[in-house]
Design a protein. Structure first.
Length: 220
């Protein structure tokens, strides 16, 4: 969902082992993924995510297999530390490695072109941005994503956040969607973090009755 413009430091690595899922009227979907971010140059982060996707629908049972692989690069082009403003672009390609016929992938490559902006002030951090998703799959539509995320830190060990988001229709006959997430980041040690969030939709609720995300993050 809403991201931040902060890249991983040069020659450092961030590994996320993440489980996420959504319950909708049409069934359940989700992924278990290994997500690796590497600081490949100054202000530049290289990204790859290798997901195991799962899905179920009424009468069809559960399906599981390789999902759509992500490749991306986050470039922070603006960083004004004196007043806490920064901005980055984060183009990402989703490869059609998941089987669309089993509900495990899109069936066609997608390209996400987002811009993320951050303002930090004291214990508060605000992230906001917009992204355009190019999707040429059958019956799909290109769509816009808008999101804003507010986080407050409580010392060095805990931060809590709330996110609002909106997405224009992903398919020809589908409605727009909006929703919210509430989350927390818990610092387990200098190099280990736990990230959790839960949420749901409030526009086109049938498409997102409940969603969750949980990740173990390792910083190297």
């Amino acid at each position: 969902m809403t991201d931040d413009p902060v890249p991983v430091d040069r020659h450092h690595t961030e590994v996320n082992l993440a489980l996420q899922g959504t319950r909708a009227d049409a069934g359940r979907t989700g992924t278990l993924s290994a997500d690796v971010n590497y600081g490949c140059a100054r202000e530049l982060q290289c990204h790859i995510a290798l997901p195991l996707a799962f899905a179920s629908s009424p009468g069809a049972g559960w399906q599981a297999g390789v999902g759509d692989i992500e490749l991306g690069a986050k470039y922070r082009f603006f960083n004004r530390q004196e007043d806490g403003w920064m901005a980055a672009i984060y183009p990402t390609v989703f490869l059609p490695s998941g089987a669309a016929s089993r509900g495990l992938g899109n069936g066609h490559a997608q390209v996400l072109l987002p811009l993320w902006v951050q303002k930090a002030s004291g214990p508060w951090t605000w992230d906001a941005g917009a992204g355009y998703l190019v999707n040429r799959a059958a019956d799909a539509r290109n769509s816009w994503y808008l999101g804003v995320l507010a986080q407050r830190s409580f010392g060095e060990g805990l931060s809590l956040g709330a996110e609002l988001f909106h997405r224009t229709p992903l398919a020809q006959d589908a409605p727009s969607t909006s929703g919210f997430n509430l989350g927390a980041t818990v610092k387990l040690s200098d190099t280990r973090n736990l990230l959790v969030s839960v949420g749901r939709g409030f526009q086109d609720v049938a498409a997102n009755r409940f969603s969750f995300y949980a990740a173990y993050q390792l910083e190297l």
